[in-house]
Ligand binder design. Structure first.
Ligand code: URA
Length: 238
């Protein structure tokens, strides 16, 4: 059994908030009866009508992995009309990104209409690892490396760097290419991390989320997750 507003939202009709308005305004019937209580629970056998039209309860879940290009917003809609990650995916389902990448960050982002999986991936206790490649200003010295290894406090919470590698150093241009894995979902966290040791990020790309790697997905390309991958992601729940 699920709450009526959730079922209406997941059927792709509208958002959950609008579904609540429809219910309160008497626009929703369950098995022929107008329902105005928001807590009402329904299941797959109930006939639900919104504005006198039966809704399609095909609530199949969809899971996508997108290689987000630079200059794309990680949300469903953008008030300024900029391109969003959802615009890249060809589906009629109301999918949304799990977490976010900055406008200028490229790389992997998961999109789904499965709120349960999204919650698992976002919850800090499930320790979902993410690997990034950052081009930073300057060359790291021993002190920087020690600080990264020991973890750095950002906004009074320690960011633990699980793993990091210096992939390349450009002495002429005074830049470095760093691969690092963190278990963190806070916004702008990699940029804040390097800014705090005075090596601002010039470019950032996410190449891995848990078991999912960028592989040969080109910028702007996406693929569906396999059932096996979805199960693996579900298994991250502690
Ligand atoms: N950390 C950042 O600073 N930006 C991102 O987009 C992702 C992680």
């Amino acid at each position: 059994m699920e709450r009526l507003q959730k079922v209406i939202a997941e059927a792709g009709i509208t958002s959950r908030r609008k579904a609540e308005e429809l219910i309160i305004n008497g626009k929703v019937r369950v098995n022929g009866k107008v329902i105005v209580e928001l807590g009402t629970k329904v299941d797959g056998n109930d006939i639900i009508e919104v504005n006198e039209k039966m809704i399609n309860l095909n609530r199949a879940k969809e899971y996508y992995l997108l290689n987000k290009p630079r200059g794309v917003i990680s949300s469903v809609k953008d008030e300024l009309g900029r391109k969003t990650v959802v615009d890249y995916i060809n589906t009629d389902k109301r999918i949304y990104p799990v977490g976010r990448l900055d406008y200028d960050t490229t790389g992997l982002i998961i999109l789904t209409n499965d709120g349960d999986l999204a919650n698992i991936l976002m919850h800090p206790s499930n320790k979902v690892s993410k690997t990034y490649i950052a081009k930073i200003e300057g060359l790291l010295n021993k002190d920087d490396i020690d600080r990264l290894k020991n973890g750095i406090f950002i906004d009074e919470r320690k960011v633990k760097v699980e793993n990091f590698k210096i992939l390349d150093k450009n002495i002429e241009k005074n830049t470095s290419l760093i691969e690092l894995t963190i278990i963190e979902g806070r916004n702008h966290i990699v940029k804040k991390l390097f800014a705090s040791i005075k090596h601002p990020v010039i470019r950032l790309s996410r190449i891995k989320i848990a078991c999912l790697e960028v592989g040969n997905l080109k910028s702007g390309e996406y693929r569906k997750l396999t059932i096996k991958e979805v199960k693996k992601l579900y298994s991250l729940k502690v």
